[in-house]
Design a protein around this ligand. Sequence first.
Ligand SMILES: [Zn+2]
Length: 280
Amino acid sequence: MRFVDAHVHLLPGKFMDRMKVWIRKRLGVEIPIKMNAEEVYTALKGKGARFIFNLTHSIEPGHTFELNKWQKTLKEEHADIYTFGAFHPLNEVKDLPGIFEKYRLDGLKLHPGVQRFYPNSNGAIRIYSVLEKINKPLIVHTGHFLDNGYKYTHPKLYKQLIMDFTFPVILAHMCYEYFDYLEKYLDQRSNVYVDCSLVMIKKEIYSEVLRRNVKYYPPTNDFLERYSDKILYGSEIPIVAWDPYSPLKNLSKLEISEKAKNKILFRNAEKFIKHFIKAS
Ligand SMILES: [Zn+2]
């Protein structure tokens, strides 16, 4: 099947190992995939991935350098990988344009839940201001995070990012459970996109923080059809505790038009690459 995976985490071995330990200890979730980054890349290509957006976020400020160095190497080895590099709100924001240049990054990845910052904080706004200036895209985690619920990731906290800036933004995971917010954002802004990673797994996962199940389900078919120009397919591979290709299968089974499916699967991402990555 032809697709672009706009949400992949190819990481250096030791980062992947540490992340798995952290997920097991902190969230009680076991990640069964044992493949290294190169094997994951080969598997995705074998499934039909034309392009991959590779996302790295710094859990600590000290990770930024190493992760971006890794991203640069990946990009040099694989012309079909687009890199969304690491930065931490505690890194020096004045260094950000230089980081983009030095590591040839295509965009940035931030994760408010992991990095424990509010998306509307002054530190975050300073990062957005740099992205605005250099016109580089951002992928940012949205929606519930198992470790801290919606504390850092409630959709209302993204209002400034969405309303006050014009650089391209991809809201990862579609603010799941809050599609009504998302609708408002998408209606008002043409520079805002979403990826459907996690919402296509169709599972309920218990949240210790919220003391209830969180629904990782897609919005209605009507929603998917209506916003089919703004949704990019993403899988979260290899940090998944379910069949890694179940989102692809679930998406292909949806009763929406072929046109909408193709947009979500590859057309939107290919356009995104052309307009916001290659052109900038
Ligand atoms: Zn992710």
